[in-house]
Structures are given as structure tokens and as C-alpha cells.
Design a protein around this ligand. Sequence first.
Ligand code: ADP
Length: 403
Amino acid sequence: MYFIAAPSPLLNECDARVCHKPLRLWYNHATMEPTNARLTHLPFAVVDTPLTDYALDNLVDGLALLDADDRVALWNARAAALVRLAAVELLGISSDALLARVSAQSTQPADVRVRLSAAATALDEKPVEFAIARGAHEGTTLTARFFPVRDENGTRIGTGLVLRDVTREREADAMKAQLLSTVSHELRTPLASIKGFATTLLRQDVKWDEATQRDFLRIIEEESDRLTEIIDNLLEMSQIEAGALRVKPEPMQLRALIREIVDNARMRTEAHYFITDLPANLPRVFADARRVRQVLRNLLDNAIKYTKAGAITVTCEVEDAHVLVSIADQGDGIPPALLDKIFERFYQVDGASTRRVGGSGLGLAISRGIIEAHRGKIWAENGHPRGSVFRFTLPLAPVEPTE
Ligand code: ADP
């Protein structure tokens, strides 16, 4: 492998091996022959050391170097992995051929080829962005940046190409855009309602009777609560993502908490009935009651929201060192391919019931964050013969020593 540097007295004197291995070409620029010439005669010093070998191959970015004749002189392992082109296929080929091979891996070869050629000529380091079409890196978004390689006199002696995987950045950008659109849409709906009812109440030309006034005020109050809930959810989601969600676990009785949440849910629906199956001697779990309440409430709310009617069953079982809580409904269930996806932030199953009830797609993502902060697990299954079952685990509280 090459180590590239300005010729230095140190290198001139050292006994570093100047090599060319089968896959690692070096051209003497005077003769255009692959060479083992002495370091002093080279515009670059080339030293074969495992350190430089591995450093170049372990770079996070793909790196290619083209010599003064625009031929590929270096193609590191990361570049090979990113565009599925091995060094053996590329070393020594012309820059044109290289760009053709690279763009052929993209989703739009003709367009990418033109943009890469323009960037390679301009050498202004402006990135060319493209997506990979095939292989393990399918769907990966890459940027290619060309830069001139100059010697200490400023003479251009080659060209560098850096390939960078920017998939995560693009996903983060998409997330931000989605966040903005969800937030504005979600906030706008209750806001419009608050504004509408407040404006109506303030009209001078109409006299509202007291009952109507109270109805309008109740709607304003409910919609304000909804706004607060959305903002709380967003804040909580960002805490979870920053790894900053704090839970304060302590030994607690799950049975009493489940009964309280179920009684509460009963008051919010007439179409559903609730069944609980909770062992009388359920041991205590080690959990933060406020957070577990939030998870249970969310799962029961979803069971009400996404099913028209029927039984909602809450059960608890002790398994190994944890308690397993299950909430089963009798709705239409969830497409098997989406059972895990629904726990992703903002994800909502595209269907009539989701559209009908609205929601922000954050509830399950927050529930997962909370349960995982307790070192538990949460997942969804389809029920038999119908409906969905949401399950989560919480660790058992340590048994206190008896005196
Ligand atoms: P939200 O309810 O605000 O949309 P959630 O994260 O709580 O957000 O739920 C994500 C999606 O999962 C919902 O939009 C819905 O499509 C689906 N879902 C959740 N619970 C159920 C359920 N019990 N039955 C069917 N679908 C459900």
C-alpha cells in the first residue's frame, strides 16, 4: 500500500520498502512505468507499512487517487465496499472508465455520469450525490467529491476522490421534514378548533345560551389538552432519542395500577368492555409507576381507538425474572409486516381507522422508549382469531430478605 507524502530526508535515508504489489500500482511519472524507484525520484514517497495499509482501508470514507495521467492509483477497501467495485477491477484504468463504472452502480447511471464528469473537471469539491442501485448497499446515498492533489510547489500531480455514505444524514433530513409537517399538521387541527370556538363565543351579534357557551368552552379545554399532549409527546420523543429519558424504578404493585387504568378507560368508551386476568399473588415489579401508567394508558387508548367494539383483555403472567403484561383487542389487527414498524416514531398504518381517529404516531415509539429504559421489551402480535395483542415485560422487584 502507499504512503503518500512529500519526499523527506527521513524517508530518503530510511530503509522503508518501496514496493508495488499486484493490486497497488505506482507509476514513475517520468517513464509511466510501474516502478520501484528510490523515494528521492518520486513525487510521492511510497512506503509499504501495515499501518498505512490498514489506515487507508479502515477510513470511514472511500478514497481513490488518480495519478497525473488520470489513472486510478489507489482504491481503498471502503470505496470498494460502497460501490461494489474491487480494486482489482479498477487500478490502472482511466478516470473516464472509473466514472463509467461508478455511475453504472447508481440508480441513474446516465445522469450521474454527466454530473461526476463535470465535478471531476471542475475540481471544486462540490459533492455529487447519488443512490446505489444494487447489492448490500442498495438504497445507500453517497456523495462523491473530487479534489486536486498538489505537491509542495502547488503543481497538480493527481486527483483525489472521496466517496462518503450520507444515508444517515439524508434520513435525518427526511425525519426533520416529516417532524415539521407532522407537528404543524397536528398542532394546526386543535388550534383551528380553539380559534374557531373562541371567535364564535366573542361574536357580538349572537347571544349564546349558557349551555352552548359551556359546550364551546369544553371543546376549547379539550383541544388545549390535546395541544399540551402533543407537545409533551414531542419533548418526550426527543428525550428518548437523546438517551435522556430518566425512569425512577422502585418496587411497585402492578395489579392496582392496571385496575386503575382499566377503570379509567371504561369511562371513555361504551362500545368496548374490559376483562382483566391478574393473578392475586402477582409479585411486585421494579418500575416507575408514572411511566408504566403512561404506557398502559397509551395501549388501552389505542385498543379503544383502533377497534370499533368488543372485548379488551388485560392479562399479567410471571415469566422467569419478569412480569409479562398483554393487552388484546378484537379489532382488524395489524398487517404482519408492520408489527414492528408501528413502534417507529410517526409511523401510522395507512388505513381508514387511523385516518378516522387522527393521532401523531408517537405513542408506541414513546412506550417502547419507556419500557426499554426499564430493560423490558415491548412488541405487538396478531390475535387469534382476530385483533392485536400488545405485550410488554417489566423486571421483577428484588426480593427483600426476610428477617
Ligand atoms: P397514534 O395512535 O398517535 O397514531 P401510535 O404510535 O400509538 O400512534 O400508534 C401507531 C399506529 O399503530 C397507529 O396509527 C395505528 O395505525 C397502529 N395501531 C396501534 N395500536 C393499534 C391497535 N390496537 N389495533 C390496530 N392498529 C393499531
